[in-house]
Design a protein around this ligand. Structure first.
Ligand SMILES: [Zn+2]
Length: 187
């Protein structure tokens, strides 16, 4: 089976399962309070109806923390946060960007993924920022898995007028076996 035919490249639920297995190898972790014990899977929850989706869209991977009672998905704290683009399209975009030697333009991404150019630009910008090796990234003790930190990747630019979402890029990084947090702002 080719990478392109993997279910997580096409199916939203599979995409969430795939990303969760990478970000939460030891099971879900609440991004609000750090609880990694009990949580509830919220199934069948839909987003607010919109013109494009009068019935709303299913909110895959939605969980509720039993400790702080807040809801979260694996998108929080990643480059996928605050994005309405389906996760499987993000995975397609990442694959296209890392697999082609010379990269891929946002115009090409827009045509291949059949998303707006604005969305394609946004995605490619975030993916590039995430791939950039930067001193701002804190790695865990001993190099292995990374600590839970809030790290700004890229510059803290001022938001353009009317722009939505974050002005920087946040990554939560988690070490499961390395003990307490090292540096950075606790979330
Ligand atoms: Zn919590």
């Amino acid at each position: 089976m080719s990478v392109l035919s993997k279910p997580y490249m096409h199916d939203e639920a599979a995409a969430f399962a795939h990303v969760e297995s990478i970000i939460w190898p030891g099971g879900p972790v609440c991004p609000h309070c750090g609880n990694c014990g009990k949580f509830y899977k919220l199934k069948g929850v839909r987003s607010k109806p919109s013109k494009k989706n009068p019935k709303g869209v299913e909110r895959h991977g939605l969980k509720k923390c039993a400790e702080c009672r807040k809801q979260f998905t694996v998108r929080i704290g990643t480059i996928f946060e605050e994005s309405h683009i389906p996760l499987h399209k993000w995975l397609q975009a990442i694959h296209l960007m890392v697999s082609s030697k010379k990269g891929i333009s946002s115009h090409q991404l827009h045509r291949v993924l059949e998303i707006t150019h604005k969305s394609a630009w946004f995605m490619s910008h975030r993916i590039r920022e995430a791939m950039r090796s930067d001193d701002a990234v804190n790695f865990g003790n001993g190099g292995g898995v990374v600590e839970v930190d809030k790290t700004f990747i890229g510059t803290k630019q001022k938001k353009a007028k009317g722009a939505k979402g974050h002005s920087g890029f946040l990554f939560h990084q988690r070490a499961r076996s390395k003990g307490p947090l090292s540096t950075g702002e606790k979330t």
